[in-house]
Design a protein around this ligand. Sequence first.
Ligand code: URA
Length: 431
Amino acid sequence: MTAYEIIKKKRDGFALDEAEIGFLIDGYVKRSIPDYQAAAFLMAVFFRGMTDTETYLLTKAMIGSGDVIDLSVFGNLSADKHSTGGVGDKTTLVAAPLAAAMGLKIAKMTGRGLGHTGGTVDKLESVPGYRITLSGKEFLRQAGEIGIAVIGASGELVPADKLLYALRDVTATVDSIPLIAASIMSKKLAAGAKNIVLDVKYGSGAFMKTAEDAELLAQKMVALGQRFGRNMAAVISNMDRPLGNTVGNALELQEAVDVLRGKVGGDIRELSLTLAAELYALAAGVPRDEAVQKAEQTLDSGAAYEKMRRWIAAQNGDADALPGLMALYAEPAVTVPCPVTGYIAHMDTEKIGTVSTLLGAGRLTKEDRIDLGAGIRIHKKTGDPVSAGEPLCTLYSKKADIAAAGDAYLSALSFSETAPAPLPLIHKIIR
Ligand code: URA
């Protein structure tokens, strides 16, 4: 077997078998197959696609390239969620303690990542003392005893994805549904949970621009996870405006805490409740309505907030600091006034994400240092009535160029004289 023959077969539109896909992935990870052949293979997949069986075999080969986490000690209760990424998306920080308070076991490894804010780990590091590293034993013990442990990625989960993703990024082969599905699902499956809920976003701040594309990707990933014996659901949610009212690290953690304390409602509460309820419905095998009711009761009773406090304290974080977290940062702030009277017609969510990076809340390269107190507090969102001079948002940053960021924020908004049509939050739920 040679890489040349496999590339040619895919180029000509034929389906590859397990041995061929395994040969390519194994060879690429061991570096016996060079970048140019892997790149040619990826481009052939981009144009020819993959059957569901080929995507399954690719995912299997990618999982086999590294470590896998064994959560079988938790039986049917282990649970995990994944978001395809959105601006202001802090749902993990609400849904994970909420699911744990409903009796599920969350043993989650999560990344830092590049983008408009740090990853969940960076957000958690905004809490003084929070330890993102636990030994394997401590990790499982804490998830068993408290119901939740969240740590930074350790070990080598799916090294094939690291290599392939870097190559896709520079060869215009990222936006291929089988490649995305295999990339996301190989990492989720290697992370070990029995019940997995995906939050697949669409819209101006998302990877998938239309609800139809997001749905197609979600269906493929749900079917893929089921083929590996996992209980799967996907929520298709809108990203045509930021989620919640904050974008940043400490800012988002503080907002998540406010949702858990019952101080904040709106889209972030609704989506987090939906995700936690879907996880519970999968694990407990109960109807969705019953799961939603249980999630609401658990959140409103304060049990999910108490779970978060115990989790943070178990990882050495200062749980008493949670309600006043942003005050610890003493971050310089500037308010951006509204230039007109009318309504916010549209928010270019991706641009708002870029403003957040400009302020120092996110990384452009792996080496960049994040300013954990930086970010945006949004006062008005799409559909809200506004008056000239009224604050639209507050920008937080230690950088001098905060005024330029204000101009960039304004350029992300458009205004109208009449109220725009309401935006849906959840387009569909797929099981
Ligand atoms: N996120 C991933 O992890 N992989 C992709 O291919 C796209 C988004």
